[in-house]
Design a protein around this ligand. Structure first.
Ligand code: URA
Length: 208
């Protein structure tokens, strides 16, 4: 299923806290990382395990290990950085590919200004992190460039997504799965998600 709205009580409670108009930068930042970690938990639950016998404290013991999964986390600058540590807290050995997308505030189109990708993308699952899928432009542009560079398995972790953006992303890339804490109502005329979170980048970095 390409869209996963994760209804776990911890995620929904934390998202509710993030929607408060008077939330502090500190709290918004912490909650973005925490939900990032919880979405990672959900997005990795189908990973295959393989048995391995190791030397335990009382002799040999058979344990399970994740099998053959290399990961690159792909934060979309700048707001994606606000979830990166949360994702890394669950997959600490993952390599990080950084993509910079800037939205033209008039046309709402995404322009890529930075692309710093790790190697062997064809052998890695890419976990794109961005707090919002609004119009879908940045996400589509990031998926386009990852596929061009060799990615074949891509999942996106987002705090809040608009139905319009989800449709655009999945029309362009039906093979990509999106994990989100909420599919919200709609976009406003300025491309902001309603009820949404406001400007996630500003709230994470304390700008404005
Ligand atoms: N980017 C944001 O930070 N918020 C929105 O609502 C839409 C795009």
């Amino acid at each position: 299923m390409p869209i996963h709205e994760v209804k776990h009580p911890l995620i929904q409670h934390k998202l509710g806290l993030m929607r408060r108009a008077d939330i502090s930068t500190k709290n918004f930042r912490e909650l973005a990382q925490e939900i990032g970690a919880l979405l990672t938990y959900e997005a990795t639950k189908d990973f295959n395990l393989q048995e391995k016998t190791i030397e335990g404290w009382a002799g040999p013991v058979t344990v399970e290990q994740i099998h053959g999964k290399k990961i690159t986390i792909v934060p979309i600058l700048r707001a994606g950085l606000g979830m990166l540590d949360g994702v890394l807290s669950l997959v600490p050995v993952a390599r990080v590919s950084v993509v910079g997308q800037i939205r033209n505030e008039e046309t709402l189109e995404a322009n890529t200004y930075l692309e710093k990708l790790v190697g062997e993308l064809d052998q890695r699952m890419a976990l794109i992190v961005d707090p919002m899928v609004a119009t879908g432009g940045s996400m589509i542009s990031t998926i386009d460039l990852l596929k061009k560079a060799g990615s074949t398995e891509i999942r996106a972790l987002v705090l809040v997504a608009a139905p319009e953006g989800i449709k655009k992303v999945l029309d362009a890339h039906p093979d990509v799965s999106i994990y989100t804490a909420s599919v919200d109502e709609c976009l406003n005329e300025k491309g902001y998600i309603l009820p949404g979170l406001g400007d996630a980048g500003d709230k994470i970095f304390g700008t404005k």
